[in-house]
Design a protein around this ligand. Structure first.
Ligand code: MN
Ligand code: MN
Length: 454
């Protein structure tokens, strides 16, 4: 009997049938990625999926009954999907799956448009943790909404269709980079220079009138009926214009913008929609994770408690009893071991691409600070759940101790007296404009979430 522990490769010994399933699943995921590049777009496409599967709108004034399939659209940026089961909610609580749908990007400022050297630009304020240089000289698309004073809302999505133009941030040529290349990465790229080039043709008129800017405003007015002032109430995000693509001769991987955290969002949604269960399941698509889960669309909002309270009222069970018996998987990505940057990791406790869905018992930084450190008992419970369903999973921590760190929404759920642990797909080049994941790992994530809610 082998007494040692070793992580498993999720592709190894996969028969043709399993490989086919993995590849088919990743095709669905790639479509989900290309349709949803912002939190708003992911919520919209998930609401559509939920409706196709018989979900109707959650209403705080109506009781929830076993068999109900409900969705609560939180300001078009967050979403709760609730499937009420027959199982006793006082004993079983709620099975909660939570992933986030916001990704790092460049948000347009509220007064963004300016002209310099006969070129028009949009100023940005980056959102989430980015390496600024990665956003230079790549094709960008603009996605978002412009809310008008009259309540009307205009949707913007330019740079995705084949015939669309894209947008662009310049970098300095190497020939003139002697000074730039002596600076550190942290200081060489100024956030106030992340200006998106959007025009170069002057309108007719007098030169001092900033005619290129005028011409861009004219185009925007013709296309959307807006003026410069309307940017004041707009949320427009510059995101990479890349489509999701297979990577490798064997197509083992998928590269895309926004794997963090759509690579967990998609399997938590498919697990909910495709798993037969008697449990009451709450699937959450949270916004604002990348900037601390704040605000009324972030995971720190009381909305989750409002929904649990509604369940308590409907079933005439104390809400504290429901929470105490609930269990949560905080479905977020973790760093995959990268041989090119091996010294950032501690190999025994790193997560590896192609080795299944990865559990982070804790996250945090500098001695686990700021982390939800899941209990041994809860991890033991999950080992059993995953083993029964043949889920290939691994453990891991973000990187070498004291190198850096990170957090997830796990602690906000755990703070509510709910057992919670992080479980997600390992990502290479996390937070880059084009991130990489393994098809086998997202497939195992779907299996793990399905096993959890059974
Ligand atoms: Mn994340
Ligand atoms: Mn992230």
């Amino acid at each position: 009997m082998d007494l040692t522990y070793e992580r498993k490769n999720a592709y190894k010994n996969a028969d043709e049938k399993k490989l086919k399933k993995i590849f088919e699943y990743s095709e669905r995921y790639k479509r989900f990625l290309d349709n949803g590049k912002t939190e708003r777009e992911v919520v919209a496409e998930t609401v559509a999926l939920a409706k196709e599967n018989g979900y109707t709108e959650f209403d705080f004034s109506k009781d929830v009954k076993a068999g109900d399939k409900l969705y609560y659209n939180n300001r078009n940026k967050g979403l709760f999907l609730l499937k009420a089961g027959k199982a006793n909610i006082a004993e079983n609580g709620v099975r909660i799956l939570v992933a986030h749908v916001d990704s790092p990007r460049l948000d347009l400022k509220q007064v963004p448009l300016f002209e310099k050297a006969d070129m028009a630009y949009l100023k940005t304020h980056y959102y989430g943790g980015i390496k600024k240089y990665q956003w230079l000289t790549i094709p960008l698309a603009l996605h978002g909404v412009i809310a008008l004073k009259n309540g009307e809302k205009i949707t913007v999505r330019v740079g995705e269709a084949e015939e669309d133009p894209v947008f662009y941030i310049t970098d300095l040529l190497p020939h003139l980079s002697q000074e730039q290349s002596t600076k550190t990465v942290a200081t060489a790229f100024n956030a106030e220079n992340l200006n998106v080039l959007v025009g170069g043709i002057p309108a007719e008129g007098e030169k001092e009138k900033k005619l290129v800017k005028q011409n861009v405003l004219k185009i925007l007015n013709e296309k959307y009926g807006v003026t410069e002032e309307d940017f004041l109430s707009a949320e427009i995000e510059a995101v990479p214009a890349y489509k999701a693509k297979d990577v490798g001769f064997d197509r083992a991987f998928v590269a895309s913008y926004g794997h963090d955290d759509r690579v967990c969002t998609f399997p938590e949604v498919t697990a909910l929609l495709e798993t037969e269960t008697d449990q009451t399941v709450l699937t959450i698509l949270a916004d604002k994770e990348e900037i601390g889960s704040e605000g009324n669309t972030g995971m720190q909002s009381v909305l989750i408690n409002d929904i649990i309270n509604k369940l308590a009222e409907s079933y005439k069970v104390n809400a504290a009893v429901i929470r105490a018996h609930s269990k949560c998987l905080s479905a977020d990505v973790t760093a995959a071991y990268d041989p090119s940057f091996a010294d950032a990791f501690e190999e025994m406790n790193a997560s590896f691409a192609n080795h299944g869905v990865a559990m982070n018992k804790f996250t945090g930084a500098r001695g686990k600070s700021g982390s939800n450190d899941a209990s041994a008992e809860y991890v033991g419970y999950l080992r059993n759940v995953f083993e029964k369903e043949g889920v290939i999973w691994q453990t891991g921590e973000l990187g070498r101790v004291d190198l850096g760190g990170g957090g997830t929404v796990a602690k906000f759920i755990a703070n509510m007296n709910i057992d919670t642990v992080d479980l997600g797909v390992p990502v290479l080049s996390m937070h880059a404009p084009y991130e990489l994941i393994s098809k086998a790992d997202i497939y195992e994530a779907h299996k793990a979430f399905s096993a959890f809610i059974k």
